[in-house]
Ligand binder design. Structure first.
Ligand SMILES: Cc1cc2nc3c(=O)[nH]c(=O)nc-3n(C[C@H](O)[C@H](O)[C@H](O)COP(=O)(O)OP(=O)(O)OC[C@H]3O[C@@H](n4cnc5c(N)ncnc54)[C@H](O)[C@@H]3O)c2cc1C
Length: 427
C-alpha cells in the first residue's frame, strides 16, 4: 500500500494512528478489527520503510524466548511490557503471520524470520490486516500537533499542511531517532513533549563503538571469531558477551558488541568515566592454563622467533599490533623470552584493552535508547496518564531491547495493546 490516492475519506475518525511502522500498523489494524473507524497517517509515501530494512531485509520478526526473557531483554524498563507481551505474545505474532500466509522459521539461537526471508512479506501481512478491516491510510501527511480539549482530552491531530483530522483517540507510533531517512526523525517526542510528557535522554542503542586507539586503522576489516568481549567502566567489568567482533575504520562492531553498546553509551554519558573494551583473545583458557601453554610452546620451539608464536595464535594484522603492545621484540628467540615477559604476553592475550571514546551517532543506531517516560504511560493500556485518549506504542517509548527480534515484538505488542484499548475505550 503506498502513494497519495488513499487519503482518508473523511476528516472525522474514532481512532487516528500517527505513523505507519510496525507499531502503528498493528495498532491501526487492531483498532479497526474491533470496529473503530480508524485512520492511519504516515508522512512517507510508503508504509513500513524501516521495517523493510530490518534484519538486512530478512526481518528478524521476533524470538522464541519465554515471557521472562522477553521482559529481561529490555533491562530495567522491561517490566512495563508484561501486559503487552502477555496480550500479544511472540506466539500470537507467529499465528497472526501464519494466518496471513507468512509462515516463519526459527533459527537455533531462537531468532524467528519469515520463512521466505523477506521483510516485505511481513509488511504485506500487516497491510492486508488494515485493508481487511477497512482502516483508512493516508500518505505524505505529517502530523505536527495533537488537538485537545484544554490539554485534558484528545480531539484529533493537526497536519503540516494546516489540515485538521478529528478523532476521539490518537495513537502516537512515530518511532525514534535512528535511521532518520526512514521517517523516524523524533516527531513523536516533540508531539508528546507538547502534551506535557517527559522525554528521557535520547541516546543511540544497539550501535557500534568508536575508539581513538592508533592501531584501529591497521585492524580495519578484521573479524575476530568467538572472543569474550567485556565492557569495563573505570577498570571494572560492567557486562560481557561471547561472540564475534569486527574492527571497522572507526572502532568496533558486531552483533554481541551491539548488545553491550547500551551499557557503554550510558557510561560514556557520565563525565570522567573511562570506558574500555577488554578482549579475551583465547577464551576458554584460564590465565594459568594460557601461561602454561605459552611456556610449553616456547620450550618446545626455543629456536623459533616470537613472531612465529604470534602468527600461530592470532590473525596477521592483530599479531603485529599485539607484538608492539606487549613490548617484546618479535624477532627475539622464544628461548630468550623471560618469565615476566611470558606473563605479560599471557595477560595481554586474556585482556586486550581498547579505549572507547563514543558510540556511533544515533542516526546509525539500530534503536533509540530513551524516549517517552514510562511513568507517564499506563502499561495496562498504553494510554497517557496526562491526556485522556492519547496512546503511545513502539520505539517512541523509553524502551529498547537487545538484538534478536525483541524490538519488533515490542512494537507489535505495544501497538496491538494500544489499538485494542483505544477501540475498547470508545464503547
Ligand atoms: C537497520 C535496522 C535493522 C533492524 N533490524 C531489526 C530486526 O531484525 N529485528 C528487530 O526486532 N528490530 C530491528 N530493528 C529495530 C526496529 O526496526 C524498530 O524497533 C521498529 O521499526 C520500531 O517500530 P515503530 O513502529 O515504533 O517505529 P518506525 O518503524 O520508526 O515507524 C515510525 C513511522 O512513523 C512515521 N512518522 C514519524 N513521524 C511522523 C509524523 N509526524 N507524522 C506521520 N508519520 C510519522 C515514520 O515515517 C515511520 O513510518 C532494526 C532497526 C534498524 C534501523
Amino acid at each position: 500500500m503506498n502513494g497519495s490516492k488513499d487519503q482518508p475519506r473523511s476528516a472525522e475518525s474514532e481512532v487516528i494512528v500517527v505513523g505507519g511502522g510496525p507499531a502503528g500498523l498493528m495498532a491501526a489494524g487492531r483498532a479497526a478489527e474491533l470496529g473503530a473507524k480508524t485512520a492511519l497517517v504516515e508522512k512517507n509515501l510508503h508504509l513500513g520503510v524501516k521495517l523493510l530494512l530490518t534484519g538486512g531485509g530478512r526481518c528478524n520478526v521476533t524470538n522464541s524466548a519465554g515471557l521472562k526473557e522477553f521482559v529481561a531483554a529490555f533491562g530495567g524498563n522491561g517490566k512495563f511490557l508484561y501486559r503487552a507481551f502477555t496480550v500479544f505474545s511472540n506466539k500470537r505474532l507467529v499465528e497472526f503471520l501464519g494466518a496471513r500466509h507468512v509462515p516463519v522459521r526459527t533459527d537455533p539461537d531462537g531468532k524467528i524470520f519469515p520463512a521466505d526471508d523477506k521483510a516485505r512479506s511481513v509488511l504485506t501481512a500487516l497491510d492486508g490486516y488494515l485493508r481487511r478491516h477497512n482502516a483508512e491510510v493516508s500518505f505524505g501527511r505529517k502530523v505536527t500537533g495533537i488537538l485537545t480539549r484544554e490539554g485534558k482530552e484528545v480531539e484529533g491531530v493537526r497536519l503540516a499542511d494546516g489540515g485538521v483530522l478529528r478523532a476521539k483517540k490518537v495513537v502516537v507510533a512515530a518511532g525514534g531517532l535512528s535511521y532518520p531517512k526512514t521517517g523516524s526523525t523524533g516527531d513523536g517526542y516533540a508531539l508528546a513533549r507538547k502534551m506535557g510528557h517527559t522525554i528521557t535522554a535520547l541516546r543511540p542503542g544497539l550501535t557500534a563503538l568508536e575508539s581513538d586507539e592508533p592501531f584501529i586503522k591497521d585492524l580495519q576489516g578484521l573479524p575476530l571469531r568467538n572472543v569474550t568481549i567485556r565492557i569495563l567502566v573505570n577498570g571494572k567489568t560492567a557486562a560481557a558477551e561471547d561472540g564475534d567482533l569486527m574492527f571497522t575504520h572507526f572502532g568496533v562492531s558486531g552483533p554481541k558488541l551491539l548488545v553491550l553498546s547500551g551499557i557503554a553509551s550510558d557510561a560514556l554519558e557520565v563525565a570522567g568515566n573511562k570506558v574500555e573494551l577488554s578482549l579475551d583473545l583465547m577464551p576458554g583458557l584460564k590465565p594459568e592454563e594460557l601461561a602454561a601453554e605459552i611456556q610449553k610452546y616456547f620450550s618446545e620451539n626455543g629456536a623459533k622467533i616470537f613472531s612465529s608464536y604470534l602468527k600461530a595464535a592470532l590473525p596477521d594484522s592483530l599479531a603485529r599490533v599485539f607484538g608492539e603492545r606487549c613490548g617484546v621484540d618479535r624477532s627475539r628467540q622464544c628461548a630468550c623470552i623471560t618469565g615476566p615477559e611470558r606473563k605479560k604476553i599471557a595477560s595481554l592475550l586474556g585482556d586486550f584493552r581498547i579505549h572507547i571514546t563514543r558510540p556511533r551517532p544515533i542516526q546509525e543506531a539500530t534503536v533509540t535508547r530513551g524516549g517517552i517516560s514510562l511513568d507517564e504511560v499506563d502499561p495496562r493500556t498504553m494510554e497517557s496518564r496526562l491526556v485522556k485518549g492519547l496512546y503511545f506504542c513502539g520505539e517512541v517509548l523509553d524502551l529498547d531491547g537487545i538484538t534478536g527480534g525483541f524490538n519488533l515484538q515490542e512494537a507489535f505488542s505495544t501497538g496491538y495493546l494500544a489499538g485494542q484499548c483505544a477501540a475498547e475505550a470508545l464503547k
